[in-house]
Ligand binder design. Structure first.
Ligand code: PXP
Length: 260
């Protein structure tokens, strides 16, 4: 892949710590400066509807202060659409949101939610925001995402990261999904549950251009400092060249999404 790989660091976890004591520190806005100093290409936050960690003030201040790209993960609801249209992040990543979940675990069902997502995409595109959809690495989902106008897909690596014994199976699934996405004109990102070890096979297989990683970096930051923890991950992402070229086996096999 000729394009440079990028790392966007999810800093929700800094806000989670702040909210554990209902304090005004540690401040994710301050953390963003250390993340950028460590060489990240972007900052990602998930503005949940209940604002349980990141809140509107955080997003507004991040927009005003960071020098790299801002990505806001959000649910497909009108309130969020209105908010991001004002703040204008560089990218919005559409995610499913379940109020009882500890963290996002599955990708959005683009086939089922096609009409709602399309309306949101059309609205957000008026403001020039790049649209990413967080999805399962399934060809039908990818086809549907391309069809309704997404520019980027973030392939969910949650199961890859958890099901260690099925690592090869999940890598093949991710690799095939990435090929389908590329052939549909989409940029491929990966995220969820990635750490300093399990990211390596993904890099070696050249699966993605963008990496959205949070928990592992923030957790390591407690011991080595946030800037250093980011620099280490950045070093891996930029440093490991692909061992396997992405297969071209499915060229011409554009996946048409389910036209419900
Ligand atoms: N991508 C998405 C869509 C997410 O919801 C999250 C978690 O907030 C991440 C990436 C980052 O996952 P992790 O914190 O496990 O690295």
């Amino acid at each position: 892949m000729a394009t440079m790989r990028i790392l966007s660091v999810n800093i929700d976890h800094i806000a989670t710590l702040r909210q554990a004591r209902r304090e005004n520190f540690p401040d994710p806005v301050q953390a963003a400066a250390f993340v950028e100093a460590g060489g990240a290409d972007g900052i990602t936050v998930h503005l949940r509807q209940d604002q349980r960690h990141i809140n509107e003030r955080d997003v507004q201040l991040l927009r005003a202060t960071i020098k790299t790209e801002l990505t806001v993960e959000m649910a497909i609801v009108p309130k969020m659409v209105r908010f991001v249209q004002q703040v204008k992040p560089d990218q919005v990543t559409l995610v499913p949101e379940v109020i009882t979940e500890v963290t996002t675990t599955s990708g959005i069902d683009v086939i089922k939610e096609r009409a709602r997502i399309k309306r949101v995409i059309n609205e957000l595109k008026k403001t020039g925001i790049r649209i990413c959809i967080f999805i399962e690495p399934e060809p039908a989902q990818i086809g549907a995402a391309a069809e309704i106008g997404a520019q980027v897909v973030e392939l969910n690596t949650d199961r890859y990261s958890k099901e260690i014994k099925r690592r090869e199976f999940h890598l093949d699934r991710l690799l095939r999904a990435a090929d389908v996405a590329t052939h549909n004109g989409l940029i491929v990102h990966v995220g969820h549950g990635l750490d300093y070890l399990n990211v390596v096979p993904i890099l070696e297989r050249n699966i993605a251009e963008g990496f959205s990683i949070g928990f592992a970096i923030v957790a390591r930051g407690f011991f080595v400092g946030l800037k250093e923890a980011v620099a280490e991950m950045r070093g891996l992402i930029r440093g490991i060249s692909s061992a396997t070229k992405r297969s071209d086996s499915i060229q011409g096999d554009r996946v048409e999404g389910n036209k419900n």
